[in-house]
Design a protein around this ligand. Structure first.
Ligand SMILES: [Zn+2]
Length: 111
């Protein structure tokens, strides 16, 4: 993968510290930032059917989302509504998955 001088655009070696054309200092590229793996109990925005509760549980515990939904429905139908109750409780307590934006690490000091 070629590297180019940000100053003059000359192609440089990957490990070049200075541009051989204009002498501008090269900085190593910033390390890639990977999104954190979702291990927390959150309601994902992708793959949800109602509120993402079943999808969130299956993501957090590596369960098959189909079985989570089947068990929820079975508990709702045959468990006297326990599945629905559990679903609503999870819906309330599980935070929604945050939108993938850089976190507001620092605010400019207010004057
Ligand atoms: Zn240059």
């Amino acid at each position: 993968m070629a590297m180019y001088c940000r100053n003059c655009g000359k192609a440089l070696a990957d490990d070049a510290r200075f541009c051989s054309g204009c002498g501008a200092q090269m900085y190593p590229p910033p390390p890639p930032v990977y999104p954190q793996t979702v291990t927390r109990l959150v309601r994902p925005r992708a793959g949800r059917m109602i509120a993402g509760v079943c999808q969130g549980l299956s993501n957090a515990y590596a369960w098959d989302v189909v079985w989570v939904r089947v068990i929820t429905v079975l508990l709702t139908v045959f468990g006297g509504g326990a599945g629905l109750l559990a679903y609503v409780i999870f819906w309330v307590v599980m935070p929604e998955e945050p939108v993938l934006l850089p976190p507001p690490a620092s605010y400019p000091p207010s004057s």
